[in-house]
Design a protein. Sequence first.
Length: 243
Amino acid sequence: MAGHSKWNNIKRRKNAQDAKKGKIFMRHAKDIYTAAKEGGGDLETNASLRLAVDKARADNMPNDNIDRAIKKATGGLDGVNYEEITYEGYGPGGVAVIVHILTDNKNRTAAEIRHAFKKNGGNLGENGSVSFMFDRKGYIVIENEDDAIDEETITFEAIEAGAEDIASVDGAFEIYTAPEDFQDVRDYLRDQQYELAEAEVTMFPQTYAYPAEEDAEKMFQLIDMLEDNEDTQDIHHNMETTV
């Protein structure tokens, strides 16, 4: 992971999304859905869901949106059947892209995702066409901008809990785990009273693409268009750029 800070990319994305409340709500909905899917829809017994809902409410996300995200995960929407679909393809400049979708109309969503790729100089591929270029890992971020956390202590605690690796970058600790160890490490760090800025199982590229400036701009446009789609749950890519 050396030289490639996912947290730096997350902060840039969050800053860009601050002016777009719909995108902020989309991210909260994804976190709520994931927590409810993993541990059930009861706030009293699912600490991860309770934390996700608290964060959503802090950003003034409407209760209807919160309830809908929980019901999507737990099958509580009568007559609505949501499917999880993964699309793979290449963006401009040969950037590998994976898009995770949650939809109640796969034909509509397929057309919209295909249009987004085509409009921005990319193309969809078959399942497996780019996913082999990514590794699935647990990822946890603990911010440390004021250096209040001792690096040796948190490194020992993270590794003792089952983490594979920990790095100090951009005023934060980035902790990596095997997917099957993610929950144990996350829960242990929470029990130690660490505040987790990010905690998810996600995809990391094995290699990076460095598109020319024009292609990078088109790639950003593709990402924006995909994020604007209400069915999008997550987007992964291997673009590395300073644009």
